[in-house]
Design a protein around this ligand. Structure first.
Ligand code: ADP
Ligand code: MG
Length: 140
């Protein structure tokens, strides 16, 4: 299996409830290493660029507003099959469908306020990591 890197975001609903450490423990327990991490406050415009792929969706405006509502923690996770593994640890987008023990099953408040973002493929992982981190900030 290949060692991969993926972009993770701990979303405002989770930072607001002081869940950063509990969520990070889920990543580390699954064998994912946090090789870069910073807490930032996004503007709505920056959230809009990050989520541009969803701009035609009905929830786009609400999503951008939410992502700019409180600080987020952006991180690079590294490990075997990190992209898929992270999606497994996160659970389904809608917490009502998320498997037991996943981050979204335990912590998400709704389909929109669902505690974490994770890249969905190698090309998006590369782009999303580059959106938030310079090479110097990633120490693998
Ligand atoms: P995921 O984050 O699981 O990859 P998507 O890429 O489909 O899910 O959607 C991006 C984000 O948009 C979701 O994590 C969630 O915050 C929000 N979202 C998705 N679907 C809905 C919806 N039906 N209503 C409100 N917000 C949504
Ligand atoms: Mg997605």
């Amino acid at each position: 299996m290949a060692i991969e890197r993926t972009l993770s975001i701990i979303k405002p609903d989770a930072t607001r409830r002081n869940l950063t450490g509990k969520i990070n423990a889920k990543f580390e327990d699954a064998g994912l290493r946090i090789i870069a991490q910073k807490r930032i406050q996004l503007t709505k415009a920056q959230a809009g660029v990050f989520y541009a792929v969803h701009k035609e969706r009905p929830f786009y405006d609400e999503l951008c507003e939410f992502m700019a509502s409180e600080p987020v923690v952006v991180q690079v996770l590294e490990g075997e099959n990190a992209i898929t593994k992270n999606r497994e640890v996160m659970g389904a987008t809608n917490p009502a469908d998320a498997a037991e023990g996943t981050i979204r099953a335990e912590f998400a408040e709704s389909v929109g306020e669902n505690s974490v973002h994770g890249s969905d493929a190698p090309d998006t992982a590369k782009d999303e990591i580059g959106f938030f981190f310079s090479q110097l900030e990633i120490v693998g």
